[in-house]
Design a protein. Structure first.
Length: 163
């Protein structure tokens, strides 16, 4: 649809008293993918907050739990795909609660290694259970064939934009 046609349609919608949200991109599919991701994250975050966690904190704990060795802050940030400052904020909050411990790097005296504490491992398992339940609730309307097809379609998009 031409942008001008879309604007005319929006003007007509406004006249009818219906408020329409401006599109975030030139492709409604992209808008719907983004909106779904945002709503899914908010839905999951709300459930995780009930046990003192968040999607960001669970992801960090998941990376630390899965690593056979303690991780450097920089490596954790790269795995999470977030800025160094964001990683520091997440790790600081986990450390304050006794869930993560910073250990001196044995070779690089400027660096620290991160590891989950025993309490951190326990809380991580609790948060993973809440995360699994929230995501199961959010996707319960999809049968196995739907899930497989959706994964295939998302893979096509990821492949198209991979570098």
């Amino acid at each position: 649809m031409c942008v001008l046609t879309r604007i005319a349609d929006e003007d007509e919608t406004k006249k009818k008293g219906v408020r329409m949200k401006a599109p975030g991109s030139s492709d409604i599919l992209v808008d719907e993918l983004f909106a779904t991701t945002v709503r899914l994250r908010a839905f999951t975050d709300a459930r995780l907050r009930e046990c003192g966690a968040s999607v960001a904190r669970v992801r960090a704990m998941r990376m630390l739990a899965a690593s056979p060795e303690p991780l450097r802050m920089r490596d954790l940030g790269e795995m999470l795909g977030v800025a160094a400052r964001t990683t520091t904020t997440i790790v600081d909050s986990l450390e304050r609660e006794g869930l993560v411990e910073r250990l001196r790097h044995p070779v690089d005296r400027r660096a620290f290694l991160l590891t989950l504490t025993p309490l951190g491992r326990e809380r991580h398992q609790e948060a993973e259970a809440v995360d699994r339940e929230a995501l199961a609730t959010a996707t319960r309307g999809l049968d196995e064939a739907d899930r497989a097809r959706l994964r295939e379609l998302l893979a096509v998009i990821r492949q198209a934009v991979s570098e």
